[in-house]
Design a protein around this ligand. Structure first.
Ligand SMILES: [Cu+2]
Length: 439
């Protein structure tokens, strides 16, 4: 039987609520050994109290520091994120704030479209984690604002831990048998938020080389209420061809407010490279790279050999090069059904009222628009906010049940000239910067 829009929305909300109550109940049942929970506190100021601070010195010598707080719609928000690799006397600020900005979920049959953050209870859906899913780390208690069940507003829901990444680098020495190699380490910060049948893992991964990866992992369960796509838009699950899961998209947005070297002011640059056939007498095609200064708000589209970076106005590395962070896109399937999903990245001038890429809840005044595409209005960029859109078209498969394997989507930002050399350079190689005499 076809499930109509309203009943499906209700079932999603009801499931989220009962699961939260269940998880909270389990916590209570764990008894007096439960850890002391921090008192409710407002969003911390720039310099946050210990309960809202994350600081991790990784085994390779790099320290990441940040503050966190939790919002009722966006969930986890990270603030004042700084990076201090070995050899840097001071932390280098990277971001003023970073958070999810929407998960837009339109169904292929046109029956429904969810704004998971602002319309489907993502924030309230924070769930307790069991210790085993935060291996080697610690689970912080989060007070969920506007919790569905105020009696169970405290959720053991924020994991911080470290993980090995494999090789950070490897290099044979010029002489002898020495091999310079280092195994990379990452700080991981993540939550799990249940929205209907789905569980979203919001993962922030801070590498010891300065790279930061943002990913959403979708897991949990397909919605059985959606096994009704009998119109050619679904995929048969279960025996034969009776239960068709409705296909849909997950369009995930992140909002990054950079604060490179402690300043909200920064520049945006777009790079494009064009390959031309070999010139007469040349052995290879040539490739010319050009930079375009993005001085005004922009709705940007990813393209082969195109990339963007945010450049500090003031901060320079020890080579006197301006510090910057490059946006490294992840795999995406762009959904063309909405004006706000039509572009891969948006650069807008900071406006406190603009918090969600679509269904922005704030009242920003008449005619302001409620989605990020409407905010690209020709303003000069001095304090750029970066919105990144990563889409996934989910055509369910037999393997999606049960539970559904985690499907990740996201992107990275990578340091470009933040340090003068590889931040993990071993001392023996510290003089190999730029032109090096034969050794
Ligand atoms: Cu899905």
């Amino acid at each position: 039987m076809r499930v109509n829009r309203n009943s499906r929305a209700r079932s999603r909300a009801a499931v989220g609520l009962s699961a939260l109550a269940l998880a909270a109940g389990a916590t209570t049942a764990s008894g007096p050994a439960a850890v002391a929970q921090p008192k409710a506190a407002p969003a911390p100021p720039a310099d946050c109290s210990a309960a809202y601070r994350i600081e991790q010195k990784l085994a390779t010598g790099t320290t990441w520091r940040m503050c966190w707080h939790y919002e009722s719609e966006a969930g986890l928000v990270l603030e004042n994120i700084s990076y201090q690799p070995p050899g840097e006397a001071q932390p280098i600020k990277v971001l003023s704030s970073a958070k999810l900005a929407q998960i837009d979920v339109p169904y292929d049959d046109g029956s429904v479209e969810y704004s998971d953050l602002t319309g489907a209870g993502f924030g309230q859906g924070l769930v307790d984690m069991v210790p085993a899913e935060c291996p080697g780390g610690a689970i912080k208690t989060v007070k969920v604002p506007d919790a569905w069940d105020p009696q169970h507003a405290n959720v053991k829901g924020l994991c911080t831990t470290t993980r090995s990444r494999g090789h950070a680098y490897r290099m044979e020495a010029d002489t002898g048998n020495k091999v310079f190699q280092k195994q990379g380490k990452d700080l991981l910060v993540y939550t799990v938020n249940k929205v209907g049948w789905y569980e979203y893992i919001t993962e922030w991964r801070f590498q010891d080389d300065g790279t930061l990866n943002m990913n959403i992992g979708a897991t949990g369960s397909l919605s059985p209420g959606d096994y009704d796509a009998g119109d050619g838009r679904g995929w048969p699950l279960g025996k034969g061809a009776k239960d068709y899961a409705t296909s849909h998209s997950h369009n995930v947005f992140w909002r990054l407010n950079f604060g490179l070297d402690g300043s909200s002011k920064a520049k945006v640059e777009q790079y494009d490279s064009t390959v031309s056939p070999p010139a007469r007498g040349a052995q290879a095609p040539s490739n010319k790279t050009t930079v375009t200064k993005v001085t005004k708000e922009l709705a940007g589209d990813a393209k082969n050999m195109r990339w963007w970076r945010i450049v500090s106005n003031s901060g320079k590395n020890k080579d006197n090069h301006a510090r910057s962070y490059e946006i490294v896109p992840g795999a995406t399937t762009k959904y063309l059904g909405r004006s706000f999903t039509k572009h891969d990245v948006y650069f807008t001038e900071y406006n406190k009222c603009e918090q969600f890429a679509s269904d922005n809840l704030r009242n920003c005044g008449a005619g302001h628009g409620t989605s990020v595409d409407k905010w690209v209005g020709g303003q000069t960029l001095t304090n750029p906010v970066v919105w990144v859109n990563v889409g996934f078209h989910h055509i369910a498969r037999d393997e999606d049940q049960q539970p559904m394997p985690v499907h990740w989507q996201g992107f990275s930002i990578a340091p470009r000239d933040v340090t003068a050399m590889n931040p993990l350079t071993p001392p023996e190689l510290a003089n190999q910067n730029g032109h090096v005499e034969p050794r």
